[in-house]
Design a binder for this molecule. Structure first.
Ligand code: ZN
Length: 55
């Protein structure tokens, strides 16, 4: 996943910018939601997101 590709990804909840998190996730800092990346494909679904505040 390169930064150029990352610029085209936005949070499905708030349309905000997503940042790479621990190399396997994308994070939206606004909602503190983490989206998993499976086989280099980000799963940008709210139902698949992990709320890191609840951990
Ligand atoms: Zn968001």
């Amino acid at each position: 996943m390169n930064r150029f590709f990352l610029n085209f990804l936005s949070c499905p909840v708030c349309q905000g910018q997503l940042l790479l998190y621990k190399r396997e996730f994308l994070i939206c800092h606004k909602e503190q939601l983490v989206y998993p990346i499976c086989s280099k494909i980000p799963i940008l679904l709210k139902s698949e997101a992990i709320n890191i505040l609840e951990k």
